[in-house]
Design a protein around this ligand. Structure first.
Ligand SMILES: [Fe+2]
Ligand SMILES: [Fe+2]
Ligand SMILES: [Fe+2]
Ligand SMILES: [Fe+2]
Length: 270
């Protein structure tokens, strides 16, 4: 389910950027298609996978999960990526990874404070951080080493998942009467998506001209529809997990529809 949530979160984030590029290139219908598909990935596919996996718990449990994730990114992952990028001569990537590592430390600290407030009832939930939105126009990769490119891909998936999880945690906080915690999760989710994912997307050359974005999306959807999710469904059936098996079959069918809709949009652009 982690693989599924990561893939769905990534599809949501990438399609949101592809939608903005389609709008810039004056293809509003394609922009609309990317945006509505992005919503399906986040609000249906990812949300249902999170429910099946029990990924959302109490506010305290969610904060502990978030603190673990931020601590790993802050102390381990982004430092390693920065060191490797420096070694490989990708100095711009090294700089971005170092900046993001510092942000993740601030996210961890704010969540730690919030956890104390939630568990003791004393103190104030910190104000949410503000995202410095990065725009991601079509462009080629700005890194040279294959290792940097691979690290960027890992980081992009991690940022997309962090964004999606924090949005789910925010909904839980709001439902349980803690709007200040909901705002902290939403604000942090915004930084993960609009600043970290977007900044890494620029260096990775994630967004290309719209035709290329459609082709990439078709390849991804086709793989999910014909290989990834049918395989997961088979494995879930084999271990008697009928709810998960049904989820993977239904989701595979949705992805086939996404592939077909993107293909139709691509045909109309030619
Ligand atoms: Fe999906
Ligand atoms: Fe973070
Ligand atoms: Fe982040
Ligand atoms: Fe899809």
């Amino acid at each position: 389910m982690t693989t599924t949530m990561k893939g769905e979160a990534y599809a949501y984030a990438a399609y949101s950027l592809f939608a903005a590029e389609a709008d810039r290139q004056a293809h509003p219908a394609v922009g609309k298609l990317f945006r509505s598909t992005a919503q399906t990935e986040l609000n249906e596919h990812l949300r249902e996978a999170a429910t099946l996996a029990g990924a959302v718990g109490s506010n305290a449990a969610n904060l502990r999960q978030a603190i673990n994730g931020e601590t790993y990114e802050h102390q381990v992952m982004y430092h390693r990526f920065a060191d490797q990028a420096r070694t490989d001569g990708d100095l711009e990537a090294a700089k971005l990874f170092t900046e993001i590592a510092a942000d993740e430390g601030r996210h961890r600290d704010a969540y730690r404070t919030a956890l104390t407030v939630v568990t003791t009832g004393r103190g104030t939930i910190p104000a949410p951080p503000k995202a410095d939105t990065v725009s991601v126009p079509a462009g080629l990769p700005k890194v040279k080493a294959a290792r940097t490119q691979a690290n960027l891909d890992t980081a992009l998936h991690g940022e997309a998942l962090a964004h999606a999880k924090y949005m789910l945690y925010a909904a839980q906080a709001r439902q349980t009467g803690n709007p200040a915690l909901a705002r902290l999760f939403e604000g942090t989710a915004g930084v993960e998506l609009h600043e970290h994912f977007a900044g890494e997307g620029v260096l990775a050359g994630l967004v290309r001209p719209t035709k290329k974005n459609l082709s990439k999306a078709i390849t991804g959807e086709h793989n999910e529809a014909t290989t990834l999710y049918p395989g997961f469904a088979k494995r879930a059936t084999a271990v008697g997990d009928t709810a998960a098996a049904r989820y993977f079959r239904d989701t595979a069918a949705d992805e086939a529809k996404h592939a077909a809709a993107f293909q139709q949009a691509l045909n109309q652009l030619h």
